[in-house]
Design a protein around this ligand. Structure first.
Ligand code: GUN
Length: 294
């Protein structure tokens, strides 16, 4: 039977609509959520991602504060920009687009990220709260990184409950793999992370009821690696030899094998942006709560 397609684009559009309505109800001209994006350099893929995030902000009625810094920016200069954004009351969320040029340590950015504005979820303090959470409810106290959160929402939208399932995450990055495995575990799946050094990788993937592919290799996950009926979410964005966007999974081959399958494009990408908006709204609403008399 053909897999049910998990339409991330449609799900993201409905989440964005809900966010826009909340902002319309709560915001005024001078008081609305604001997201600051910081892009260092001109990496074309990063520039597109940041542009899409800025546009999405404006569409839901958020302010977008856009800082585009030259590739030569020093770590000290970047930290100075972060301090300004930290002190700016109009900024509720700060996103420093990764990867950064070699002269800037990502760890310095994670350390400097103010916890209250860490809508991207990679700051040291937020990371601590994320990994110390023992239940999904305890995640309320932190910002869950946007891509894994989007993937989780997609799995839920397909009606797949992770509890008791075998889950396999391909890739161990900070942005996706590591937090993804933690989230699936919190939702009571048995999560395994496989990566470039894993032995017998296809056999491990084949045991999974839920597969999240974030390994960054075009069409890496083939039909023979996937258990019939599995829920497969593809985080990869790669270009094939013809310049066409393709995921980490062989979509056409998996169509008749998986039970649920997300496309590229139109899958995880739009959900990452929707979750960024959702986290920024959460950060803004916290400032309203903390400002109101108790
Ligand atoms: N680069 C690729 N994905 C992301 C993300 O989710 N956040 C940041 N800051 N950089 C990224």
């Amino acid at each position: 039977m053909a897999a049910t397609i998990i339409d991330g684009k449609a799900l993201a559009a409905s989440i964005r609509k809900g966010i826009a309505s909340e902002i319309a109800a709560l915001a005024s001209e001078n008081h609305r959520p604001g997201l600051a994006t910081v892009l260092v350099g001109d990496d074309p893929a990063s520039a597109v991602y940041v542009r899409n995030k800025i546009q999405a902000c404006r569409e839901v009625g958020m302010a977008a504060i856009d800082r585009h810094l030259p590739i030569s920016t020093s770590e000290k200069e970047l930290l100075h920009h972060m301090k300004e954004l930290t002190d700016d009351p109009k900024v509720n969320g700060i996103l420093v687009q990764l990867p950064l040029p070699d002269q800037i340590s990502p760890m310095a950015v994670f350390e400097a990220m103010p916890e209250a504005k860490d809508v991207d979820g990679f700051g040291i303090a937020n990371w601590g709260r994320l990994f110390l959470a023992r239940t999904p409810k305890e995640l309320e106290h932190c910002f869950v990184p946007c891509t894994p959160l989007g993937v989780l929402r997609m799995i839920e939208s397909a009606g797949v409950n992770p509890e008791g399932k075998m889950a396999c995450v391909l890739g161990r990055s900070n942005i996706v793999g590591k937090p993804m495995a933690h989230l699936l575990t919190l939702y009571n799946a048995t999560a395994t992370v496989v990566h470039s050094k894993t032995k017998n990788l296809p056999q491990v993937v084949k045991q999974a009821d839920i597969v999240v592919a974030a390994i960054g290799k075009a069409l890496f996950v083939t039909a023979d690696m996937v258990r019939p009926g599995a829920c497969v979410v593809d985080v990869g964005i790669n270009r094939n030899e013809n310049g066409k966007l393709v995921g980490d999974c062989d979509f056409e081959a998996l169509r008749d094998k998986a039970g649920y399958l997300s496309p590229v494009p139109g899958g995880v990408g739009p959900m990452t942006i929707a979750m960024l908006l959702s986290n920024t709204l959460k950060a803004w609403k916290r400032t309203i709560k903390s400002a109101s008399p108790s």
